[in-house]
Design a protein around this ligand. Structure first.
Ligand code: MGD
Ligand code: SF4
Length: 745
């Protein structure tokens, strides 16, 4: 990366500390290197072990420096296509997790009532026997599908395998129904395929990048931020749609401070301008798309003047930005964003985004959406699973959302609450997801948990969810274990390996070991024929005809480049029923939904209330990192953004107007009250909404650093609107009022 783009990268990530972290890697001076270790010329004979990151789900390639058995520095692997030699600030602080003094250290069994968070330390044998017995009891009494696996993170693959061998396909991650599910379905309906993760977009070559509610830079996906920095260096311009003047909005040619919940109106108005002025890619649409005439009719009356009172955006701003977006086509990237579960009409909004991308001719085009393939590495030749997935899926009534193509985490929670499902779920196996902060309405989550026969949590930290489990198993962190191989479809196909950088600390164990031990205890040894994860990975690498040693030495093997755009020789094909890009969707119509996105006005905040919005911080990944003392040197507590004029007009604050740093409590429409939290009084947000970073306000007593810092947006998300198309939970429909926090004693 050039120096200029490095500076851009730092600026985009906004946090000053993030910059420091990035420049050199956060060094830690404060616990046998792996087979793939090589000499580190920079640290006089110390070892450098390639692996990949797990501080978020982007999974960048890491070079871990080890001195005297301790990890001293984490930096980006220059050979890895996702890191290109750089990590984001979070990734450089991964040893803050490894050396977190609050880590789970031993297996635990509940000693008092469920939820009282009182546990007794036990041996691994005792804990594993208890989990295996719990799982077998559920199967005997209620059938295997009565056990649900909530999983998030790469290590979950071992438990997905265990579950399928056991007989249940009730496996879900919050990253679908609470995050990117509506986007996947919206793009699938339009182009015949979803976006996937990591999102393969060509920001690097784009001339215009449109970000709709995506605060890239604060929401830090390393490769995308690097690409954005390159694009800005090359003179690309940004259009940012956000009720908040985000860091990236500060770099935009057009900032559209939209009224929350009205993006569909804006997208329809943009399409109105682009179609009525003939600015769309006529050849591309004629060749690849169907339904243009119907779209023309659909948006004919949706002028910028129509959208103005709905969105609060001046018609001239809508018109000018539409013309600008179209002027850069096809290298005009409407970024797909990630968390799309906002208002319950999210599949339709994501479809509108996909339709706009189609009009710009940017799908499968340079500077737009790339269509890469992944490297082919044969799966391990396991004994075939015995379950019948269809029967298992049908057990969850709420998953009758017709276009849900994954099991819904919220659906599994619903199906646990007595009276909500014909055959309720009776056991939870929770791997790497803090459901108290990731599912909407924690009150419902608790109700579900209290009706379980059995619950186990596998985590590295004593998160809130662990406090509710019957058994808690301490997993080794990603720096202490080898996992499955990773072969995503990205610009450059590659296979990456996660290796043990240092041996597991305390009595923690890697996921593969836990899954294998449970398998043996349940008579499923045939499904775990390998000695360890290394033997498993080597088998797969060999079957692919690749060199294991080379992979362990470099951490990554890149495949042959294949064309990813039309310009590179790719022939575009669409796996939709019509085999065309579907601007008009017969599938949606046949299911009783509108075949084109319709705007429905969002509910207004009640008097004296603000809409609660939440997002990310560049040095944190939800609650996953908020106890990381390293990263918290940069940002240790969230704050609530409130518009300065709105703050002055707040009832009850007369004569003593709120100022930045004051502490307040937020009270939602259901009278749920937050912890005290600092305010940031600013002109950088609209007056009808407040904003906070997600993942704070921990209550778990074991999180000694994070506990009590900031407030939890999740606790205030007691209301949500389910997307009828795919079951995503729109969570931006909660309102809060503000009261001054009682003085601290
Ligand atoms: P995290 O908050 O990162 O993710 O929600 P989660 O899936 O819960 O919590 C992950 C848990 O995994 C932590 O307890 C952490 O200690 C543990 N962990 C970390 N590394 C490992 C490991 O290697 N092994 C094991 N076993 N455990 C590990 C995210 C989800 O939440 C998502 S993806 C989105 S997009 C939604 N975001 C969101 C929001 O912004 N606001 C609200 N209100 N709700 C949300 N829900 C969704
Ligand atoms: Fe790690 Fe950052 Fe990459 Fe996420 S984006 S995998 S936290 S380096």
């Amino acid at each position: 990366m050039s120096d200029i783009s490095r500076r851009q990268f730092i600026k985009i990530s906004s946090a000053a500390g993030g910059a420091a972290a990035l420049a050199g890697g956060l060094a830690l001076t404060s616990g046998g290197p792996a087979e793939g270790a090589v000499k580190d010329p920079g640290t006089q004979g110390d070892k450098v072990i390639p692996t990949f990151c797990e501080l978020c789900f982007w999974k960048c390639g890491v070079l871990a420096h080890v001195k005297n058995g301790r990890v001293t520095k984490l930096e980006g692997n220059p050979d890895h296509p996702l890191s290109n030699g750089k990590l984001c600030p979070r990734g450089t602080g991964g040893h803050g997790l490894l050396y977190d003094p609050d880590r789970l250290k031993k297996p635990l069994i509940r000693a008092k009532k469920r939820g009282e968070d009182v546990f007794q330390e036990v041996s691994w044998d005792t804990a594993l026997d208890k989990v295996a017995t719990g799982m077998m009891d559920v199967r005997k009494k209620h059938g295997p599908e009565a056990l649900a696996l909530f999983t998030h993170g790469f290590g979950g693959s071992w438990f997905k395998h265990l579950f399928k061998a056991y007989g249940s396909n009730n496996i879900a991650a919050p990253s679908y129904a609470q995050c990117r599910g509506p986007r996947e379905v919206g793009f699938y309906l339009t182009f015949g395929q979803g976006i996937g993760s990591p999102e393969a977009v060509d920001a690097r070559n784009a001339r215009c990048i449109t970000l709709i509610g995506s605060h890239l830079g604060e929401n830090m996906h390393n490769t995308h931020v690097q690409d954005l920095a390159h694009a800005l260096d090359r003179g690309a311009e940004l259009v940012v749609v956000d009720p908040r003047f985000s860091t990236v909005a500060g770099k935009a040619k057009y900032w559209l401070p939209i009224k929350p919940g009205t993006d569909i109106a804006l997208l329809l108005a943009w399409m109105n301008v682009i179609i009525s002025e003939g600015l769309y890619d006529k050849d591309y649409i004629a060749k690849y798309a169907m339904g243009l005439d119907k779209l023309k009719d659909h948006v004919a009356a949706k002028t910028p003047e129509w959208a103005y009172p709905l969105t609060g955006l001046q018609p001239s701003l809508i018109r000018d930005s539409a013309r600008f977006i179209a002027s850069a086509r096809p290298a005009s990237l409407v970024h797909p964003g990630r968390r799309a579960t906002w208002y319950g009409d999210d599949t339709q909004r994501e479809r509108a985004k996909a339709m706009l991308a189609a009009l710009l001719g940017s799908w499968g085009r340079k500077g737009g959406y790339l269509l890469p393939s992944s490297m082919s590495v044969p799966a391990f030749p396991y004994t075939a699973y015995g379950y019948k997935p269809k029967e298992v899926r049908d057990r969850i009534e709420p998953s009758l959302y017709p276009l849900a193509d994954e099991v819904l985490a919220s659906g599994m929670c619903d199906a646990t609450i007595p009276g909500k499902a014909k055959n309720p779920i009776k056991g939870w196996f929770v791997y790497g997801t803090n459901l108290m902060q990731s599912l909407p309405d924690p009150r419902q989550t608790i109700k579900a948990i209290q009706s379980l026969d059995f619950m186990v949590a596998i985590d590295v930290m004593p998160a809130e969810i662990c406090g509710w489990a019957d058994v808690v198993l301490p997993e080794s962190t990603y720096l202490e274990r080898c996992d499955d191989l990773w072969t995503p479809a990205y610009r450059e196909p590659f296979v990456a390996v996660r290796q043990e950088v240092v041996p597991p600390m305390y009595e923690s164990k890697p996921g593969w070991w836990i899954a294998k031990e449970l398998g043996h205890r349940m008579g499923l040894s045939d499904y775990f024929p390998w000695k360890d994860s290394k033997e498993y990975a080597k088998h797969r690498v060999k079957a692919a005809g690749m060199d294991c040693e080379a992979l362990m030495k470099t951490g990554v093997i890149k495949g042959k480049l294949t064309p990813t755009t039309e310009e590179e020789g790719l022939t575009l094909a669409f796996d939709t029923p019509s085999k065309k890009i579907e601007l008009w969707s017969a599938q949606m119509e046949s299911l009783g939904f509108h075949p084109m996105p319709e705007f429905t006005p969002p509910e207004e905040p009640p008097d004296g209330h603000f809409r609660l919005l939440f997002g990310r911080h560049p040095v944190h990944t939800f609650g996953r990192t908020t106890n990381n003392r390293f990263l918290s040197q940069i940002f240790d507590e969230n704050e609530v953004w409130i518009n300065a004029d709105a703050a002055r007009a707040l009832p009850g604050f007369e004569g003593r107007a709120l100022k930045t740093g004051d502490r307040v409590v937020l009270i939602n429409q259901d009278d749920v009250k937050s912890n005290p939290v600092r305010v940031k009084v600013t002109q950088r947000i609209r007056g009808d909404a407040v904003y906070m970073v997600h993942g704070y306000g921990h209550t778990a007593k074991g999180l000694k650093f994070a506990r009590g810092r900031g407030a939890s947006d999740s606790d205030l998300v007691t209301n949500y609107k389910v997307d009828p198309v795919m079951g995503g939970t729109g969570m931006n429909i909660n309102f809060v009022r503000i009261e001054r926090a009682p003085a601290r004693v």
